[in-house]
Design a binder for this molecule. Structure first.
Ligand code: PGA
Length: 252
């Protein structure tokens, strides 16, 4: 295993007061978290600024964005640029989540520009990939996932892709309570790593963190994280509760 990363994707949940309570709970329980695990929280965008101030000097929790635009500044009403995120102390950024691909029609060309823009500002992209249930059932899921990766990422240079976090999130497992088995997840994670190794080289492939997302919780995290190529998790629902997030983060 290359590194250990557990990232909480809070999505569009929690009002500001509730979010501040959860952040405070995390901070107050710092000593209970395994210091070898890089913890990331990705709260709703409007909270990043005050979270960044509260977290100032608390480098054990990294701040992540859930989305970004790919242009630095200008007349793009409603968008947030990587340089603005950087100025807030954001060090990770989720890109290409299936909810954005589906609800906002983000395709590989937009996603690859967003990834590159984050890397240009020294923010580690958490690039999401994964298949719908019908793709899994049709048995071409491996080709489907490989195409997501090659189309969106393989124009990057080796030193860029080595900074990536790739989250394998089977869409049929997101928010459904249905998890990929540890074997199903490991199969895809190994495939992703070996595809990167054949396109770039072994060292680059081993530097990429490949994490699992999709109903990962306190009960299944242990078995998932025990797999060779699973370097952690991107956690949705279970990251909204201190105890479950703590159990997952300590599941290595
Ligand atoms: P979930 O979400 O853990 O609630 O399934 C994961 C994600 O969408 O990142």
């Amino acid at each position: 295993m290359t590194q250990k990363i557990v990232a909480g994707n809070w999505k569009m949940n929690l009002n500001y007061e509730e979010a501040k309570v959860l952040l405070k709970e995390l901070i107050n329980n710092k000593d209970k978290f395994n210091p070898e695990v890089q913890l990331v929280i990705c709260p709703p965008m409007p909270y990043l600024s005050s979270f960044s101030e509260v977290l100032n000097g608390q480098s054990w929790i990294h701040l992540g964005s859930q989305n970004n635009f790919f242009v630095d500044k200008g007349a793009y009403t409603g968008e947030v640029s990587p340089s603005q995120l950087k100025s807030l102390g954001v060090t990770f950024g989720i890109v290409g989540h299936s909810e954005r691909r589906d609800n906002f029609n983000e395709d590989y060309s937009v996603i690859s520009k967003k990834v590159k823009a984050l890397l240009d500002h020294d923010i580690r992209p958490i690039f999401c990939c994964g298949e719908q249930l019908q793709v899994r059932d049709s048995n071409v899921y491996k080709e489907f996932i490989m195409k997501q990766i090659t189309d969106s990422l393989f124009k990057l240079k080796a030193d860029e892709i080595s900074k990536m976090v790739i989250a394998y999130e089977p869409i049929w497992a997101i928010g459904t309570g249905q998890t990929a088995t540890a074997e199903q997840a490991q199969e895809i994670h190994t495939l992703i790593r070996s595809r990167i190794a054949s396109q770039y080289d072994e060292k680059t492939a081993n530097a990429v963190a490949i994490i699992y997302g999709g109903s990962c919780n306190g009960e299944n995290a242990n078995e998932l994280f025990a797999q060779n190529d699973i370097d952690g998790g991107l956690i949705g629902g279970a990251s909204l509760d201190l105890d479950s997030f703590l159990t997952i983060a300590n599941a290595f």
